[in-house]
Write a protein that binds this ligand. Structure first.
Ligand SMILES: [Fe+2]
Ligand SMILES: [Fe+2]
Length: 248
């Protein structure tokens, strides 16, 4: 049986057991950007009884997990994890962001007369999220992830010490975490604007596809940010620290 209690942090539990993430989502507990709280604090913030939360988390941990979720990324090396994030989550974003922008334009045109105010606000939040994420993925793919792979390679094989162009890996990580927080706020704002993605009575299938797509984007981005903030980045910082000690 899983060992955890009210002092366990949200982040540690979400990193160890992927099955608990839907429980956190159900209670509105942020496990990707604000995961440093312990369960007691997180429950109190959301007005949820900590015993009830712990019971729901325990039940989720006992339930079987499927497919990709079965892999415990906290046990893998940073290179494999960076590869997985790029292949699965960056690709997902690059496919979905333009698709959703197209759906958004169609829905605004068809439903602007009755739902124009809400849809225009939604489009504004989505567009700034899109442009920030597109830049963000590029920075991770071109600068941060290659450096993380190099420190991993050096830790395993030795050779030439990798050169950090930005002081320490903590500097770009801090910037990425700041951008993750912004993305988390944009997702929450879109949920609020759409009343938790509740379709209006006159919604057409494109409207439905837009809301389904935005919900899928939210779920994927939460998982993506969780893997980076809670597993990849702390491991990269730890690996870099070991190298500094090795060089001394
Ligand atoms: Fe990423
Ligand atoms: Fe990121």
């Amino acid at each position: 049986m899983a060992e955890f209690n009210e002092k366990t942090t949200v982040r540690d539990l979400a990193a160890k057991y992927s099955q608990v993430r839907p429980v956190f989502e159900r209670y509105g507990i942020d496990y990707c950007c604000g995961g440093l709280h312990d369960l007691e604090t997180a429950a109190a913030e959301k007005g949820v009884g900590v015993e009830m939360l712990i019971e729901a988390l325990g039940d989720a941990i006992k339930s079987p997990v499927s497919g990709q979720a079965q892999r415990d990324w906290s046990k893998s090396n940073v290179t494999d994890l960076a590869d997985h994030i790029e292949k699965r989550h960056h690709t997902f974003m690059k496919e979905q962001l333009p698709r959703l922008a197209g759906l958004m334009a169609t829905v605004l045109e068809a439903h602007g007369a009755r739902h124009g105010d809400m849809l225009k606000s939604l489009k504004g939040v989505f567009e700034s999220l899109r442009s920030e994420i597109e830049q963000h993925l590029m920075k991770e793919e071109q600068i941060l992830f290659p450096y993380i792979r190099r420190i991993d390679e050096y830790a395993i094989e030795g050779g030439d010490a990798p050169e950090a162009h930005c002081g320490t890996v903590q500097n770009p990580i801090r910037q990425m975490e700041y951008e993750h927080d912004n993305a988390g706020r944009a997702l929450a704002k879109m949920r609020e604007l759409t009343s938790n993605y509740t379709l209006p009575g006159d919604a057409c299938n494109t409207f439905r596809a837009l809301y389904d797509g935005l919900k899928a984007l939210e779920g994927d981005l939460h998982e993506h940010i969780h893997l980076e903030n809670n597993i990849l980045f702390p491991k990269a910082v730890e690996t870099e620290k070991k190298l500094t000690r090795k060089d001394e």
